[in-house]
Design a protein around this ligand. Structure first.
Ligand code: G4P
Length: 525
């Protein structure tokens, strides 16, 4: 085997998907604790004590207690190198989250065991399914009163249409949470409360029929044996079904108590796929190919006030990145020498010497890189499947100080480039229309314009219902359409033509009148 094949085998790249408050941030901290990227997990409780989870970067996140940015963390675990891509938790940031899911090979789904399967989890699972991403499930918060574990699994099966194979099984819950039984290892791992900030040496009792178990957990031992008998009638773990996204291994525990998180990591490292191949518009690129290829799934500005630049996040698909190497920026048609790519250890940035498939590297971006761009060692390729979604909410943005128009335009273009918001410039006037998928995006943009570009901007309502990207193969037809629909046409942040519809009825009528023009709800980068 070549080194690249070894490095591929050695890596796992995943993201956590969950409904807000299910425990994603808490799990991320504990995962990093195991990865020893940080010594002592700062707790989410820190909102009160002044400590913050290391995966939360921006000031606003701290103020609001939500993760806005997608951070990337790499750490060693059980002989493998794990890349964890953090996804924004708030529903307003769905676009970024969707694109992040194009850059991973598996997902950890976290469910609040008191609540079960919630909306946002359903939506994210739909996205994860587009690529049949394997899913590992964690039923969290067993230290509280939760729903019946059999019910929880039934709900996953019926709502998410995925078979469940429990790998661990909870013993008791809430104040009576005793620990878990590991079905594959036939051992009970006992839970101790109040140890969440550490890596615990848990007491393990081998064998479900071990009399020691009756001494330690008394009446729960018999109940456990009965439940495990029932489980034997259900699904057992099948690796192929997992890899096909049809079956999910299920674990139980408490992220806050740092109990069960290592079981999930063990499962991910053992079963989740190594960095996989990816489709381009012309061929499939295998991860073990020697030549470097990668795609940009996210651009982010000013992540750290000390580094006032923009960073493009590239998922390496094949080959090897080496410091100082030349890469071809395919869309632009230029070769660029990259000597200062970044890697991310939960917010601390460091320079990468080399990186392999599955790794994420950060490229300094001076405005030439866009989401969806492909980099290669010369081959003309374009990775497919990285979407932009039509915004659903629109506002006109106006300056308090009209002399700052240049800064406003620059700021909006950069923010749209990184996917924080979408910008539309009507052909007929100088308005700047901001389009978002969720309302919080507007606040974030105003806040960042002020903090990063020193621009005070306000929003005004505008009667726009939706936008569609316009495409037409025939230049004459397109020109005729442009003349007819001129008043409702605009250019987006990347100069693509879009139809900005005042009402849905208007859109429908326009579509009927121009059957040869395509009105697209998503634009592939
Ligand atoms: P998120 O990123 O998915 O939004 O969730 P996050 O980890 O921030 O967790 C949401 C809340 O749930 C936090 O409490 C967190 O402490 C709590 N939590 C996470 N895992 C567990 C668990 O296993 N058991 C229990 N009992 N609670 C858990 P909060 O009150 O919203 O935050 P804070 O005020 O304590 O900081």
């Amino acid at each position: 085997m070549s080194t690249i094949a070894d490095e591929v085998e050695n890596r796992r790249t995943f993201a956590i998907i969950s409904h807000p408050d299910a425990g994603k941030t808490t799990i991320t901290e504990k995962v990093l604790l195991f990865g020893q990227a940080i010594q002592q997990a700062g707790t989410v409780k820190g909102k009160k004590s002044g400590q913050h989870a290391k995966s939360d970067w921006m000031e606003m996140e701290k103020e609001r207690g939500i993760s806005i940015t997608t951070s990337v963390m790499q750490f060693p675990y059980a002989g493998k190198l794990v890349n964890l891509l953090d996804t924004p938790g708030h529903e307003d940031f769905s676009e970024d989250t969707y694109r992040t899911l194009t850059a991973v090979d598996s997902c950890l789904m976290v469910i609040d065991s008191a609540k079960g399967v919630e909306d946002r989890t359903i939506k994210l699972m739909d996205v994860a399914r587009m690529r049949e991403t394997p899913i590992v499930t964690f039923m969290n918060k067993l230290d509280r009163d939760t729903r019946d574990p059999f019910d929880l699994m039934d709900e996953v099966e019926s709502v998410l249409k995925m078979d469940c194979a429990p790998i661990t099984w909870p013993i008791g819950m809430g104040k009576e949470f005793k620990g878990i039984y590991h079905l594959l290892k036939d051992e009970v791992v006992l839970y101790q409360s109040g140890m969440g900030h550490t890596i615990q040496e848990s007491r393990v009792i081998k064998g479900i029929n071990n009399p020691e178990l009756d001494d330690v957990i008394s009446e729960y031992a018999e109940e456990l044996r009965e439940q495990v008998e029932l489980l034997e009638a259900g699904n057992s773990f099948d690796k192929q079904a997992f890899l096909d996204g049809k079956l999910t291994p299920v674990y139980f525990g408490t992220a806050l108590g740092n109990f069960g998180v290592d079981h999930i990591l063990d499962g991910l490292v053992e079963w989740a796929p190594a960095p996989m191949s990816r489709e381009t518009t012309t061929r499939t690129v295998e991860s073990k190919e020697e030549a470097l290829t990668g795609f940009i799934f996210k651009i982010q500005a000013n992540m750290d006030p000390n580094h006032r630049d923009r960073v493009a996040f590239m998922r390496i698909v094949s080959g090897k990145y080496e410091k100082g190497m030349k890469m071809r920026h395919v869309r632009v048609g230029k070769d660029v020498r990259i000597s200062d790519a970044l890697t991310f250890v939960a917010g601390d940035r460091s320079k990468v010497e080399e990186a392999y498939p599955g790794d994420i590297i950060g490229l300094h971006n001076h405005g030439t890189i866009q989401i969806g761009d492909t980099f290669t060692q010369g081959e003309e390729l374009k990775f497919s499947g990285i979407p932009n979604f039509a915004p659903e909410l629109f506002r006109r943005i106006r300056l308090k100080d009209p002399l700052k128009l240049k800064q406003l335009q620059k700021g909006l273009m950069q923010l749209s480039e990184e996917g924080a918001v979408q910008v539309f410039r009507p052909l007929r006037n100088n308005d700047l229309i901001v389009g978002a998928v969720g309302t919080l995006q507007f606040d974030v943009v105003a806040h960042r314009l002020k903090a990063e570009y020193k621009v005070d901007a306000v929003y005004e309502p505008i009667s726009v219902a939706t936008a569609r990207w316009v495409e037409c193969d025939n230049a004459t037809t397109l020109q005729a359409f442009r003349n007819k629909a001129y008043d409702n046409l605009a250019l987006d942040g990347s100069d693509n033509l879009a139809y900005v519809a005042p009402t849905m009825v208007n859109l429908q009528m326009t579509q009927e009148r121009h059957p040869d023009v395509r009105f697209r709800e998503t634009r592939e980068h």
